[in-house]
Design a protein around this ligand. Structure first.
Ligand code: ZN
Length: 401
């Protein structure tokens, strides 16, 4: 049985005539550049398309790659680029493993697929419009890869596109989706696949709603829905959280996110104060009691809490009282908010040991150590504070050694 042509998933005929370069340029203007969510997705799309444009190290085996009729601007689909992907971390920021599965592992998983699912997932089929079982699903939950279980999309980013296929404006994590050029069916589109197992999911178009302006057009057959509270088919890795306050959170967040292997994700926020759900403006006024704080999700099998403490003291000056360089006020104080008894003990012991550190000779450590029970909740800062240096460039000066 032949399914509906994949082209029915397209709602923007203009794009059909555009080259891939123009298509990816169109993505760059689809939403405000400073939206952290969009920036990360857009970077991922650009990196993947660039990587998939490279000549593959593996000799092409698909007959379509040697099709003399294919024009240079619209290359025939090259299945060999399936093995080429831009660099992604081994663990995503939402703490899921991203190491690509082997061919043998994929074949083993594929045994559970129905013939219809296999046609979509393994052979890049498209299910007929308005027929997928997840199109009208309005339950709260997560849409996982049908083949390997990696969470791909969530109900809070699903919208009714009217196309007949489940539609989302963003994935759960930018790194969970792989993007490939797709010149099949006489069109130029961007195919989306599962980052971990290369399962075909659908395509992405730039006619979606804000904040990303993207429309991820999915096949229901490619996904398994897990209602909120249910057991995910692929669990996240076991992580721990560390909270540090060391002056302006932009710089501290950036350093931990990019310089410490084993750190999975860093979020800027506010902690240690009294006001509930404080805003940046309130914290800046210095009346809420909060300190600009970062929450670090880390893999304890890759980096120890002790190593994070050492890095924290390199990334800021723990001897300054209620300030960090030019930033003055209690919101810029140095603090460690310990997640549990072990962290509390380790932090206290670490600070005690710094008394004999020549770097701090004659300068007492001002860092306060407080348990999270006493510090109160961590409140993530407004979106525009997240990944600030990653998005806008620049950096904060390191303290004097
Ligand atoms: Zn997968």
């Amino acid at each position: 049985m032949k399914s509906q042509p994949a082209g029915l998933c397209l709602r923007t005929p203009l794009l059909v005539t555009l080259g891939f370069a123009a298509l990816s340029a169109a993505f760059a203007f689809a939403a405000p550049a400073a939206d952290p969510l969009f920036v990360r997705i857009n970077e991922r799309i650009e990196a993947d398309l660039k990587a998939s444009a490279r000549p593959s190290a593996t000799p092409a085996t698909s007959p379509s790659t040697s099709n003399p009729g294919a024009s240079p601007a619209a290359p025939a689909k090259d299945t060999s680029v399936m093995t080429v992907g831009s660099k992604v971390p081994a663990v995503s920021r939402s703490a899921f493993p991203l190491t690509p599965l082997t061919k043998a592992e994929i074949e083993k998983l594929a045994e559970k697929l129905t013939p219809e699912e296999a046609k979509v997932i393994l052979r890049k089929g498209t299910e007929p419009a308005f027929c997928g079982n997840l199109l009208d699903n309005k339950k709260e939950g997560t849409y996982c890869c049908r083949l390997c279980g990696l969470p791909l999309f969530a109900s809070n980013r699903k919208f009714n596109s009217g196309t007949g296929w489940p539609s989302f404006y963003a994935p759960v994590d930018a790194d969970h989706i792989k993007y490939l050029r797709d010149a099949s069916h006489g069109m130029e589109r961007i195919e989306i696949l599962c980052r971990r197992c290369d399962a075909h999911l659908g395509h992405v178009f730039e006619d979606g709603p804000r904040p990303t302006g993207l429309r991820y057009c999915l096949n229901s057959a490619s996904m398994e829905f897990v209602e909120t509270g249910g057991k995910l088919p692929l669990p996240p890795i076991a992580t721990q959280t560390a909270y540090f306050a060391g002056g302006c959170f932009w710089g501290v967040e950036d350093r931990f996110q990019h310089q410490i292997p084993g750190v999975i994700n860093v979020v800027s926020g506010y902690m240690g104060g009294e006001t509930k759900n404080p805003t940046y403006k309130q914290v800046c006024a210095g009346t809420t009691g909060h300190a600009e704080t970062i929450a670090i999700t880390f893999d304890p099998t890759k980096v120890t809490y002790q190593a994070l403490l050492e890095a924290f003291f390199k990334f800021h000056d723990p001897t300054q009282v209620n300030r960090q360089g030019p930033d003055i006020g209690t919101q810029y104080r140095s603090a460690i908010f310990a997640s549990d008894a072990a962290q509390l003990e380790a932090a206290k012991a670490f600070i005690a040991a710094q008394a004999s550190n020549p770097r701090f000779k004659g300068r007492p450590i001002a860092t306060e150590v407080v348990s999270v029970e006493k510090a109160g909740p961590f409140y993530p800062a407004e979106d525009y504070h997240q990944d600030y240096h990653e998005i806008h460039g620049g950096s904060c000066a390191l303290p004097e050694p």
